[in-house]
Design a protein around this ligand. Structure first.
Ligand code: 13P
Length: 251
């Protein structure tokens, strides 16, 4: 009922040339795949080239962040309209690396999500606990606060356009994936939280992706979980063969 989404977050990797080479290969490998939404997330500098290379394909493109103002004296920021103009359809917002290194908070995530929606971009909103928070038994509290803060003040139609990514910080880039049961437990909790905020129908339609060391050898069991609707892939999205296998997950 919920179309799965496999999205690659390239982070700060790939020059324009490298990005173009990678998507050229992906376009070939993944043509004809149906029933999965495929997204790649290059750095800002490669967005135009990647969108152009992927024209007419079944692969969409996401920016890795978006600012909330339309224009002005905000040196170094990129406006939602500018991202939309590149031909991007999605924007990753509130990734834990942004929260951890660049002072992102639920409040700024909320502003970015609002701005992205106004520009017609589909936000992929990231949440997830640190190892310390998990070990002290605070996972659900942390995730609930992030969801409520990041998604405060949205209408039902806004919710229909939003994708959530649950990325436990301790599983990102560490090779340590959450077990399928751990992922399912938090995904279900997120869906229930969305149901409390926006109602059952919206929560049932909401895609919730898992992120954190997703690889060809663990994607199948993660995707088999009832409330896991896709993956946000870091490292393994930089290699065409690995990402291709992940998109071809077996449910
Ligand atoms: P890795 O797949 O490299 O652990 O990264 C996950 C991630 O942060 C995706 O946004």
């Amino acid at each position: 009922m919920r179309t799965p989404v496999i999205a690659g977050n390239w982070k700060m990797h790939n020059t324009v040339q490298e990005a173009t080479d990678l998507v050229r290969e992906l376009k070939q490998n993944l043509s004809g795949i149906e029933g999965v939404e495929i997204i790649v997330g290059p750095p800002f500098t490669a967005l135009c080239a990647v969108v152009s290379e992927l024209g007419g394909s079944n692969i969409s493109v996401a920016a890795q962040n978006v600012f909330w103002e339309e224009k002005g004296a905000f040196t170094g920021e990129i406006a939602p309209g500018m991202i939309k103009e590149t031909g991007c359809s999605h924007a990753i917002i509130g990734h834990s690396e942004r929260r951890q290194y660049f002072g992102e908070t639920d409040e700024t995530v909320n502003k970015r999500v609002k701005a992205a929606l106004s520009a017609g971009l589909i936000p992929i909103v990231c949440v997830g606990e640190t190892l310390e928070q998990r070990e002290s038994g605070n996972t659900m509290n942390v995730v609930k606060k992030q969801i409520k803060g990041s998604l405060d003040g949205f209408t039902p139609s806004d919710f229909d356009s939003i994708i959530i990514a649950y990325e436990p910080v301790w599983a990102i880039g560490t090779g340590k994936t959450a077990s399928p049961d751990q992922a399912q437990e938090v995904h279900k909790f997120i869906r229930n939280t969305i149901s409390e905020i926006a109602g059952r129908d919206i929560s049932q339609n909401m895609r919730i992706l898992y992120g954190g060391s997703v690889k060809p050898d663990n994607v199948d069991e993660i995707m088999q979980q009832e409330d896991v609707d896709g993956a946000l892939v870091g490292g393994a999205s930089l290699k065409a063969d690995l990402f291709t296998r992940i998109v071809n997950f077996k449910k």
